[in-house]
Design a binder for this molecule. Structure first.
Ligand code: DC
Length: 492
């Protein structure tokens, strides 16, 4: 696996990292995650959260209570009826199960042997993930685990996938065990780590994966200091690139051609009439040459999103049928939208979209391919990943809420109308993934990340304004209806 190019980033300084940063560190057992996560917490003044300790605490409780670790329901009951508490700090953490300090006991070889099985149950994971998200939601954390970048915090400030060869990891665990007074042979450790790697990587729910936007750091040949430095620099890359984003939006507006201005003034009027609220996670413009990937719930999504992007030339990839509808079709043509046929793979639309991105334009797409039930974004189709692989263009996820069911009288009677612009996602891990993986699988991974981003932006929106009854009921109704439409549109 390729290493992150450390030397070209020597000018980066620690104060670039925002105080509310979330650093996600994932990787296999024994790759040095804990050591590095603690070092980063200290260096950047963040809280250190070890999510493996949570699965370990449940495993220990199951072993002590003679609960079968293969029985998901029993484990879920045990977790739901117990009190797990992490006392977080800058380096060591305390783990308490029903008030008892189990920080040491969860590192026993018996727990080592069973914890992957416990962590493979989706019911167990969903309880733990909720707890982890609550712990890190306000930011200022370094969280280590297996699915932090892919599931727990898909919009983390920095994601690191820390990797090392099996030999290097066995060596480290052996020395660690000796220090703790546990007698386990190298052969046993090799077998245990290989087994856990396999189980953690192949399980159905949230397996250990390299997220396409993660920095991949192979620490096999590195000293501890080099490993910590490489990871610290990786944390600063996105904040440094974000710094270059434009905050002065007026010049961009002045340069807009008149056809865009005209189209945008119509979109702005529509958005104002319906009381649209813009939520911009960074308060900054999107960089040039970005894929703006929005979820899709209503035919009115393009003009609503368009109004929030009003300062830029944005090309929209929209289904060909829409170009026939007045006045939508005219709006689309004024802003150089690209028609796409949705059955099969539309090569000419794809080529036009890639060209536009490579020329530095922004491209608005709805990568779910069709409208989805409100409150249930995704699944995202593979076209997004194909476009990413062809252009390497960064992606900004955009979450649309409330564009469905607007009253013709304006305002927001049934649900809030909000458009949230997420952070810029850059594909740091893409080359590493493509070295070892089928491009189709890479596209699937990009699609899943985009869906996870929507879910996260939706959760934040629901936190600001609770999901309304209309949204809940309509979402349930649409789910059934849209499954049938999906078949009709895509034939799958
Ligand atoms: O990092 P660790 O060795 O303490 O993790 C113990 C086990 O828990 C490991 O086998 C995988 C699992 N785990 C997980 O599935 N998801 C996480 N976020 C953290 C750990």
């Amino acid at each position: 696996m390729g290493n992150f190019p450390v030397t070209s980033w020597e000018h980066l300084t620690d104060d670039l990292l925002p105080a509310d940063a979330v650093i996600a560190i994932d990787g296999p057992a024994g790759s040095g995650k804990s050591t590095t996560a603690k070092a980063l917490a200290k260096r950047f003044n963040l809280l250190y959260i070890d999510t493996g300790a949570m699965y370990r605490a449940l495993t220990l409780a199951a072993l002590q209570g003679e609960v079968d670790c293969a029985e998901e329901k029993l484990l879920v009951d045990l977790a739901s009826s117990s009190n797990l508490e992490l006392k977080t700090g800058r380096s060591e953490i305390g783990v308490f199960w029903n008030g008892e300090d189990v920080s040491q006991a969860i590192r026993n070889p018996e727990v080592d042997a069973m914890v992957s099985l416990v962590a493979s149950h989706s019911g167990v994971r969903s309880i733990m993930v909720k707890y982890q998200q609550a712990l890190g939601r306000r930011g200022g954390v370094v969280m280590e685990g297996r699915d932090i970048g892919s599931v727990v915090f898909p919009l983390a400030t920095a994601k690191i996938f820390l990797h090392a060869t099996l030999e290097a990891r066995v060596d480290r665990r052996y020395k660690q065990n000796q220090l703790r007074g546990h007698q386990v042979s190298r052969e046993e450790l090799t077998e245990d780590l290989a087994k856990r790697d396999k189980k953690d990587s192949e399980r159905a729910t949230s397996p250990l994966i390299i997220s396409p936007d993660a920095h991949v750091v192979d620490s096999s040949g590195m000293s501890l200091e080099q490993q910590n430095d490489a990871c610290a620099l990786a944390c600063l890359v996105n904040p440094a690139l974000d710094l270059e984003l434009d905050t002065d939006l007026e010049p961009a507006l002045r340069e807009l051609p008149s056809n865009y201005r005209f189209a945008y003034s119509i979109m702005n009027g529509v958005s104002r009439f319906f009381g649209l609220k813009e939520v911009n996670s960074q308060g900054k413009a999107v960089p040039r040459g970005c894929i703006l990937a929005a979820n899709h719930v209503s035919l009115w999504d393009p003009p609503f999103v368009g109004s929030t992007l009003r300062r830029f030339r944005v090309n929209t990839l929209a289904k060909a049928e829409l170009f026939q509808i007045w006045p939508l079709g005219n709006l689309f043509r004024w802003v150089d939208s690209i028609p796409i046929k949705r059955k099969g793979f539309d090569t000419s639309a794809f080529d036009a979209a890639s060209k536009s991105l490579l020329a530095g334009n922004n491209l608005l797409i709805f990568p779910e391919g069709t409208r989805r039930a409100i409150g249930h974004p995704g699944p995202v189709r593979n076209g997004l990943g194909i476009l990413v692989q062809a252009t390497r263009a960064p992606m900004v996820p955009i979450f649309i809420r409330g564009s469905y069911g607007r009253s013709p009288l304006g305002g927001s009677p049934l649900s809030p109308l909000e458009i949230t612009q997420g952070p810029v996602i850059r594909w740091h891990g893409l080359e590493t993934l493509l070295e070892t993986m089928d491009p189709k699988e890479v596209s699937r991974r990009i699609a899943r990340l985009c869906q996870a981003a929507y879910e996260e932006l939706q959760a934040r929106s629901f936190e600001r304004i609770a999901q309304t009854d209309f949204e809940k009921k309509m979402g349930r109704k649409q789910l059934k209806k849209f499954a049938a439409r999906q078949k009709k549109v895509f034939g799958s």
